[in-house]
Write a protein that binds this ligand. Structure first.
Ligand code: GDP
Length: 480
């Protein structure tokens, strides 16, 4: 059984900082009574300052405990112990079960900033609420059966979405599209199991053994395989692609990086080896997030310790990248270091895509372009200084990114946890196929199919352990 704490939790649900408003959220049996202790409602919205109206004898409205669900009320937060007035607020009351957590909930809209929301939070904690752990509101929504685990995960993804496309796909998952897909596969498995078990339980009834058992298992196998395949794109969509600009020192990597991220982020100087650390920035390529890295130039050898570390980090970034932009200097002849880079990054066995860029075309050209043909046909010529050729480069990047994109209608796997479980499901199905092929008794097939069904239950959360839940919800921010 999963542990369910039914005490009352509280958290600031908006980011701390200078802002017009902040929201403090409470959920649990005592949410309304705790708020009642600190909230002093005022019946009419003030035309003058509220403190004047209270001292002028404006009658407070009826107590919070009597308020109907889904209503908003104006008043003040006063520390019951010191009687100090902390803020003018709006309090929204939501009574269970029609709330985010399916428990009684209160949302207090306060003024923003670093101090006010925190002071009110402290007072609420003093009155008996407990500080919520990360994702605890959503965890309660899940434990109370309002949403399944994939939908809870989608809430987290939605908050963290970096582009419109990743936001869209998280929303799809939140609406239950992914759960429906998993449910439809589970239904098919369950149908097979029911038929198989009938054969096992009533052998004397001469129920026809399932002739098409193998085909049916294969069909389910196909569906799961294509979901697993979709995760390659899905994960890129959610977490983004990784791109890195590489090349020997001084070819213009940082200048190109600044152009692509559209602001001066990297330091550009004529001194080779200026970029010592890896600088990264997210850019949005037609809705797909691309984490672009400007790496240290890659001289063949250096004695400088800092430069050495820079090169080590650059190599790490390069090994993780899905897309490389290899920059050459058009105003110089091809150097040994350039040749080495060309040989390393342009051969057919490589999975990582590399785009070849010739920079500094505004200067007299010494680089012999025909020498590049043996490595690649497509060379983009640019001037990072003048911004020439950047449009064409952007289009090429977009093309590569799109090859990794997704079609909006299809359900894709965007979560590593889901992919791992699907792989285990597939393994169980393969076992079932072997059992069928080797004409083992139906009990064995049943066992494997049950295992597959259990795995799928882990995705939606029906068969998840506390440990798994902890891992998932700990990735949330506090207050969600
Ligand atoms: P990195 O070491 O590869 O990152 O190169 P930087 O971006 O720091 O540039 C090295 C030098 O080349 C700087 O002086 C830049 O102003 C210059 N540079 C970069 N791109 C161009 C270009 O397209 N044309 C010209 N003429 N100079 C450039």
């Amino acid at each position: 059984m999963l542990e369910y704490l039914d005490d009352t939790i509280v958290a600031i649900s908006t980011p701390l900082g200078e802002s017009a408003l902040a929201i403090i959220r409470l959920s649990g049996k005592e949410a309304i009574t705790i708020t009642e202790k600190v909230f002093h409602p005022v019946r009419n919205l003030p035309r003058c300052h509220a403190s004047q109206r209270i001292s002028n004898g404006v009658r407070p409205s009826k107590p919070l405990l009597e308020w109907p669900s889904h209503t908003v009320h104006y008043g003040k937060i006063i520390d019951p112990e010191t009687k100090e007035e902390l803020d003018e607020v709006l309090v929204s009351v939501f009574r269970q079960p029609h709330t985010y957590t399916k428990e009684d909930m209160v949302e207090i809209t306060t003024h923003g900033g670093f101090v006010t929301p925190r002071r009110i939070l402290e007072v609420l904690l003093h009155q008996g609420a407990r500080l919520a752990s990360p994702g605890e509101f959503t965890k309660r929504a899940f434990l109370n059966g309002r949403i399944d685990l994939t939908q809870a995960e989608a809430v987290c993804d939605l908050i963290k979405a970096k582009t419109e496309r990743s936001q869209k796909i998280s929303l799809q998952q939140l609406e239950g599209k992914f759960s429906q897909k998993i449910q439809s596969i589970k239904d098919k498995l369950l149908d097979l199991l029911v038929e198989l078990e009938a054969v096992i339980d009533f052998p004397e009834e001469e129920i026809q053994p399932l002739k098409n058992l193998r085909t049916e298992i294969l069909k389910i196998d196909d569906e799961i395989s294509s979901l697993i395949k979709s995760s390659q794109k899905g994960l890129i969509l959610r977490d983004g692609m990784r791109g890195a600009i590489i090349g020997r020192p001084n070819v213009g990597k940082s200048s190109l990086f600044n152009l692509l991220v559209e602001r001066e982020r990297a330091i550009v100087t004529p001194i080779p080896g200026t970029t010592r650390d890896v600088i990264e920035e997210w850019i949005d390529v037609d809705g797909i997030p691309l984490l672009l890295a400007d790496t240290a130039g890659l001289p063949s050898e250096t004695k400088d310790l800092v430069e050495k570390e820079g090169i080590k980090r650059a190599q790490q970034t390069i090994s993780q990248a899905n897309l490389l932009l290899l920059v050459l200097d058009g105003s110089e002849e091809l150097k040994e270091e350039d040749k080495k880079l060309l040989e390393t990054h342009f051969h057919s066995a490589l999975e990582t895509k590399t785009l070849l860029i010739v920079n500094k075309i505004d200067l007299p050209q010494k680089l012999k372009k025909e020498n590049l043909k043996e490595h690649t046909d497509s060379v983009v010529e640019i001037s990072a200084l003048q911004g020439r050729g950047i449009k064409e480069l952007n289009q090429l990047i977009l093309k590569i990114v799109e090859e990794n994109g997704f079609s909006e209608e299809s359900v894709v796997v965007t979560n590593l946890r889901h992919r791992d479980i699907l792989e285990r499901t597939l393994l169980a199905l393969k076992q079932a196929q072997i059992a069928v092929d080797e004409k083992m008794s139906d009990e064995f097939v049943t066992l494997d199919l049950r295992e597959a069904l259990n795995c799928l239950g882990e995705i939606t959360g029906e068969t998840s352990t506390e440990e798994i839940l902890e891992r998932i919800f700990s990735q949330f921010c506090i207050g969600k």
